[in-house]
Design a binder for this molecule. Structure first.
Ligand SMILES: Cc1ncc(COP(=O)(O)O)c(C=O)c1O
Length: 358
């Protein structure tokens, strides 16, 4: 039996989107491939509220995180972390021999504009990385307000991990001053895993050109140059994902509507949070709760593995905690095409299995 995914990626993929993955191939140097990349770019620019260049990468989101911090950090990166994926930027920097410092918030607390200001005032940094949405802790950071701080520092580039939120929450890339905004296909965009994408500003491109060693496959300058020249890629991209993404972006923009999609995610998160607060408590502080993944404290100490096994028998699956909070929290995602009816069915099943008071 297929288990409906309420995990924070991969997510349920609509059958017609899945079917587009089986589109017959075209040559990756053909006019068809050019037209496909162009079409995807224009649609993503709408969804991301940006005029910046769109790059696709046939890697998961971590690939573009590595590309971004490696290509953009000339001096030193200030990495702001509110959980495991924020920590990942720091690990990536370390393994690429890039100078970086990590600034972690207290558990459940956001990255604040004040923290960023304090770090940037030292003059040590030319890159800031921030999580828009931290999947391990269910925190959505105030990226707009942080962007206002970063804008004051001319030589500092602002890199944002929106892997688990882009397409499910509004991110105004240009207005918020984001130089590189990264996401993966298997989360709020509602596609299978295997492709990631980012917007990149011209100033990030110019800064990257100053770096001598930017890697090869994930060299943002090489990717940017090729896209600007021909709307193609230096190596062969996952055309299957591109067909499906192009189609899915039409569904998002024209069928559902961008704002409606964001509103649906907000509504689902509110339902989930109200349920969680009735029976448990929420990990994230009230001012920074994610609209795409909710992290819940297991205050009654139920056996998570047993719950998920019983949910599987009813056709659902949810996620345990992640990283340091693996055993004391659990997570439910409401990403992509998630519907209120499905969420209510899931919550009803959990109530029933755990014998929670309705
Ligand atoms: C916030 C966040 N950043 C980065 C990643 C890594 O993305 P990927 O698995 O696509 O490499 C994830 C994956 O779950 C994530 O949730």
């Amino acid at each position: 039996m297929h288990k409906k995914l309420f995990i924070p990626g991969p997510v349920e993929v609509a059958p017609d989107v899945l079917a587009k993955m089986a589109t017959p191939m075209v040559g990756h140097r053909s006019q068809d491939a050019t037209a496909l990349q162009k079409s995807i770019s224009e649609k993503l620019q709408k969804l991301m509220f940006t005029e910046n260049t769109i790059l696709l990468s046939t890697s998961s989101g971590t690939g573009l995180m590595e590309a971004a911090i490696r290509c953009c950090t000339r001096k030193r990166a200030a990495v702001f972390s509110v959980g495991s994926f924020g920590d990942r930027w720091y690990e990536i920097a370390k393994f690429n021999n890039i100078e970086a410092d990590k600034f972690s918030s207290e558990p459940g607390q956001p990255t604040t504009p004040e923290m960023v200001e304090e770090a940037l005032k030292t003059g040590k940094y030319d890159v800031v990385t921030v999580q828009h949405n931290e999947t391990s802790s269910g925190i959505m950071n105030p990226v707009q307000a942080i962007g206002e701080v970063v804008k004051k520092y001319d030589d500092v580039l602002f890199l944002v991990d929106a892997v688990s939120s882009l397409g499910g929450a509004k991110i105004e890339v240009d207005a918020w001053g984001i130089d590189i905004c990264i996401t993966s296909t298997q989360k709020c965009l509602g596609l299978p895993p295997g492709l990631s994408l980012c917007s990149i500003s011209d100033r990030a491109y110019e800064a990257a050109k100053q770096k001598e060693f930017r890697g090869f496959y994930l060299d943002l300058v090489k990717l940017y140059d090729r896209v600007k020249k021909s709307h193609q890629y230096p190596s062969t991209p996952s055309l299957s994902h591109m067909f499906a993404l192009d189609y899915q972006l039409d569904r998002i923009i024209n069928e559902e509507g961008i704002e409606n999609r964001f509103d649906r995610h907000t509504k689902l998160a509110n339902i989930l949070r109200a349920w969680a607060e009735k029976h448990f408590s929420l990990f994230a502080a009230p001012e920074c709760r994610s609209n795409t993944v909710t992290c819940i404290n297991n205050t009654i100490n139920f056996d998570f593995a047993d719950l998920n096994k019983k949910l599987a028998e009813r056709g659902f699956t949810i996620s345990n905690g992640y990283g340091k909070f693996k055993d004391i929290t659990f997570r439910i995602a409401t990403m992509a095409e998630c519907k209120e009816k499905d969420l209510l069915e899931l919550l009803g099943a959990i109530d029933d299995i755990l014998g929670l008071e309705i």
